[in-house]
Design a protein around this ligand. Structure first.
Ligand SMILES: CC(C)[C@H](C(=O)O)[C@@H](O)C(=O)O
Ligand code: SF4
Length: 460
């Protein structure tokens, strides 16, 4: 019987089998940022250990960046301290680091693929749950906790349970105005926020094959919001084309390498622990109404009546059965490691040309996911389209996705957000309310001032 990509990569990286318990696996690439690495380095220091393979660790800064003014020292002393710790650790251990102002810096999950650091068949770890993003390249990529960051720094290996694999087959193709974000919100809504616990998700089928790498990254990014530690797409020509010519893509014997990369794809007779099929033609633009990523509806939908959802409904301030379209929105945020890539801004710029952010919107933020996204958006005039429409065009960082920098909601503001988490207080205010949706749908909310189907607003 054939093997899945997951099994092939796992086997190739197995250092020691735990015989059904935890396996020890080798980690090819370790990404680190300022939030989860300082403590791991301290633990290493306490034991007098060096970093085992410094050349396999790559550092950047993303969460704590004040996106309107990056001058140092930061006003927030805690943020400043985190960054100083990162700076001294990368210095001491000779780790490659992309600081603020460098052309490579960015949200770790935007920056690393852009630089060609993630390739098919790799194992990738980072002290950040959205490391699942990198599975878009046919890599096995997962988030780890701080003590595991220590383990990878010290040994370049991890003790991990081997996951089961669920094939998610998406047939047909997404219709115009329907994006990868809508698809993943639909999948999480169907399988539940914990539905993927114990599984790696393999996304395949014609709708996935047709997706760009940017769309595949959006999809894999939110696997963790569905409970799956990692999600991946089998490598194909789209993957190879994306990787060609990137800064860290190897040049030597590239053809032989490409052949090897494609060989990691799951065999046609591979066994899956579970399979589900999604009809891609029937996916509608989706948004979340609640405080968990699986609480979603289409833009034509209504708030569910179910009593068990009462807590989320009262936090969000909904009435039973209320139509979600037309709900006034205070803040619009386009960015994050889910939807802060160049193609996300390109798509929105084509839609918003000639539109203006509604006067009732208190803040509309467009935050590029990396310096590279920012550079390309400036050079192509896309950043100006956002500015002309009334968005604030910011410096790259995590920004309003989570409250570790000054970009936050105030009071019980409602935010139309292209990010990936809608937990209570996630965007900084203990009463703040987040509606997750595609960047196109955020733009539709920004220009109308209310929750609106982007296909109607932009005549798609
Ligand atoms: C700060 C970091 C550890 C966290 C994560 O693990 O995902 C953050 O990126 C998030 O999105 O909540
Ligand atoms: S953009 Fe959001 S989800 Fe992504 S790494 Fe930053 S805080 Fe986490």
């Amino acid at each position: 019987m054939g093997q899945t990509l997951y099994e092939k990569v796992w086997q190739e990286h197995l250092v020691q089998s735990g015989e059904g318990q935890l396996d020890q696996i080798f980690i090819d690439t370790h990404l680190i940022h300022e939030v989860t690495s300082p403590q791991a380095f301290s633990m290493l220091r306490d034991r007098g250990l060096p970093v085992r393979y410094p050349e396999r660790t790559i550092a950047t800064v993303d969460h704590i960046i004040p996106t309107d003014n990056v001058s140092r020292p930061f006003q927030d002393p805690e943020a400043e301290a985190m960054l100083q710790a990162l700076e001294s650790n990368v210095d001491e251990h000779q780790i490659r680091y992309f600081p603020i102002g460098s052309p490579e810096q960015g949200i770790v999950h935007v920056m690393a693929p852009e630089q060609g650091l993630i390739r098919p068949g790799m194992t990738v770890a980072c002290g950040d749950s959205h490391t699942s993003t990198h599975g878009a390249f046919g890599a096995i990529a997962f988030g780890i906790g701080t003590s595991q960051v220590r383990d990878v720094l010290a040994s370049q290996t991890l003790l991990m349970p081997k996951l089961k694999v669920r094939r998610i087959e998406v047939t047909g193709r997404l219709r115009a105005g329907v994006t990868a974000k809508d698809l993943i919100l639909h999948i999480i809504g169907r399988l539940g926020a914990k539905g993927g616990v114990g599984f790696a998700y393999e996304y395949g089928g014609s709708a996935i094959t047709k997706m760009t790498m940017t769309e595949r990254m959006t999809l894999c990014n939110m696997s963790i919001e569905g409970g799956a530690r990692c999600g991946y797409v089998n490598p194909d020509l789209v993957t190879l084309r994306y990787l060609a010519g990137r800064a860290f893509t190897p040049i030597d014997s590239i053809e032989a390498l490409q052949e090897r990369w494609l060989s990691y794809a799951s065999d046609s007779d591979a066994h899956y622990d579970d399979r589900i099929t999604v009809d891609g033609n029937r996916i509608e633009p989706m948004l979340t109404w609640g405080t968990s990523p699986d609480q979603s509806v289409s833009f034509k939908g209504r708030i569910p009546n179910s009593i068990s959802l009462g807590d989320a409904k009262s936090y969000m301030g909904w009435q039973d059965n209320q139509p979600i379209a037309g709900t006034p929105v205070d803040v619009a945020f386009i960015g994050s490691c889910t939807n802060g890539r160049f193609e996300d801004f390109l798509l929105v710029s084509q839609a918003i040309k000639g539109h203006k952010v509604a006067s009732s919107i208190k803040r509309a933020l467009a935050v590029p996911g990396s310096s590279e996204v920012a550079r390309r958006a400036e050079e192509s005039g896309i950043a100006d389209i956002f500015r002309d429409a009334g968005f604030e065009w910011r410096q790259p960082g995590c920004s309003m996705c989570l409250a570790m920098n000054p970009d936050r909601l105030l009071g019980n503001e409602i935010c139309a957000s292209s990010s990936n988490r809608n937990f209570k207080g996630r965007q900084g205010s203990p009463e703040g309310r987040t509606l997750l949706m595609s960047p196109l749908a955020v733009a539709a909310a920004a220009v109308t001032g209310k929750v609106s189907d982007p296909r109607e607003v932009f005549k798609i």
